[in-house]
Design a protein around this ligand. Structure first.
Ligand SMILES: [Zn+2]
Length: 444
């Protein structure tokens, strides 16, 4: 079925937005683009405001949405937060996780996110016993995304150790498959489908030994699948890796043949000097999650240096301290300003590309994240008549979107040709009510 949209302004990839853009959509794809059309043609749906491609949330742990507001004021370090996360993890089963993930993905839809990379390690029952369907949790996540109307890449994470050469303990027992071959055997039962793709993850060098990391990397390589890993989020992780393996997490992953264009290093906050070159030469993507990294006091990634080395940047809301990819985008630049004393290291168009095209590519959807003929028809329209963007000039509209707009400005969202958010509301869900209900059930 063919439909057309008329966008008052649209970002087509350059520094400035284009005016009067007609987007022809045929089924799930964009069939054609015309610019400079002053008034909506007959039959076209009018999209006042500025329309950008679908935003990709490249790093999500959906269940952590239930921690929002419950941990931020706690003093102490990362391990205190992790204890709260483990307590939450110990409470979930597929029947609780489905509505929690569905509501969380609904919040993402309202924020203009059209694809989520779900870094999934909450696999088994509380003591590590698999559910009757060993992928019950993963299938719940795929169903949740479908019901919320967004695409998902399920990055099923191999997670074998509580620390280097340590056994899984407590809530961590739910995460483990025993060994990498059993991990591969389990996720072999999952299939990609319409709106859902299967990728792999190495949880971290802390939780996956080098030999097992090589098994996961080979699995992804054989299937041309996305491969993600947490890399150097904390200095302690680097020290443990150096002590045990004589190299940084990046070096260990390079030796395991994990790096390459399908690989995404999540965080990449505390890299060693040679790591920049190793990651850049391998053309990996680095997924930064600044709102989580600042909430957990992790540190600030050197985004400009990562880009200069040859990596691509993507963005994720990770723990969902907030779900707002535009906030993640501006934080990349603004946090680096605070650390460096310099402005303008990461131009707005680069950050918007990280939020759209690069994110989709690192999740295995290279056909999405751009408004151009042949691309997946994702359209996210932000209102220009709300306080944050009122008075925006077309020439600097991309800067205004990146440095001032947020999830609350998203008015209409089209995912692969289907309207899922209209006038700021989800077409099929009462998202705030579902969030409140799902989170209350978890904490009963
Ligand atoms: Zn994470």
């Amino acid at each position: 079925m063919s439909v057309s949209y008329w966008c008052e302004l649209a970002w087509l990839g350059g520094k400035a937005a284009a005016a009067g853009v007609v987007v022809e959509v045929d089924g799930q794809r964009i069939a054609g683009i015309e610019q400079g059309i002053a008034t909506p043609p007959a039959g076209a749906t009018r999209l006042d405001g500025i329309t950008v491609p679908g935003l990709a949330n490249s790093h999500s742990h959906a269940f952590q949405r239930a921690l929002r507001g419950r941990t931020h004021s706690a003093s102490g370090n990362f391990s205190r937060w992790r204890e709260a996360m483990y307590e939450l993890a110990s409470r979930l089963d597929p029947d609780l996780y489905l509505p929690l993930a569905r509501a969380t993905y609904g919040e993402m839809a309202l924020a203009g996110i059209t694809c989520v990379g779900e870094f999934h390690y909450l696999h088994h029952g509380p003591d590590g016993t698999p559910y009757a369907d060993r992928n019950a949790m993963g299938r719940a996540l795929i169903q949740a995304a479908r019901e919320a109307g967004i695409r998902i890449t399920l990055l099923d994470a191999c997670y074998l150790h509580g620390g280097i050469r340590e056994k899984l303990a407590g809530a961590q027992r739910r995460f483990g498959d025993g060994d990498a071959d059993r991990w591969a055997d389990r996720i072999g039962e999952l299939q990609s489908g319409d709106g859902a793709r299967i990728g792999a993850a190495i949880h971290s060098v802390r939780a996956v030994d080098p030999e097992s990391a090589a098994v996961v990397a080979a699995w992804a390589g054989e299937r041309d699948a996305s491969l993600h890993a947490h890399v150097s989020e904390q200095p302690a992780e680097n020290e443990a890796s150096r002590r045990a393996y004589g190299g940084t997490p990046t070096a260990v992953l390079a030796n395991a043949n994990a790096l390459g264009e399908r690989f995404t290093a999540v965080h990449a906050t505390h890299l060693g000097q040679p790591d920049f070159r190793v990651l850049g030469d391998a053309r990996v993507t680095c997924c930064l999650c600044p709102t989580t990294e600042r909430d957990l006091a992790d540190g600030i990634a050197e985004a400009e240096r990562l880009r200069a080395a040859g990596t691509e940047l993507a963005l994720g809301s990770d723990s969902h301290a907030v779900v707002d990819i535009l906030e993640e985008a501006r934080a990349v630049e603004l946090d680096e300003r605070l650390a460096s004393g310099e402005r303008g290291r990461n131009p707005a168009a680069q950050l918007l590309r990280a939020a759209t095209q690069n994110g989709h590519a690192c999740l295995g959807w290279p056909e999405a994240g751009r408004i151009e003929p042949g691309a997946v028809a994702d359209l996210v329209t932000l209102r220009l008549d709300a306080p944050r963007l009122a008075g925006t000039d077309r020439a600097t509209a991309v800067d205004a979107v990146i440095f001032a707009a947020g999830a609350a400005d998203v008015r209409d969202v089209v995912v692969a040709g289907r309207e899922i958010v209209r006038d700021g509301a989800h077409v099929a869900m009462d998202v705030p009510a579902e969030l409140a209900d799902a989170i209350a059930r978890v904490w009963v």
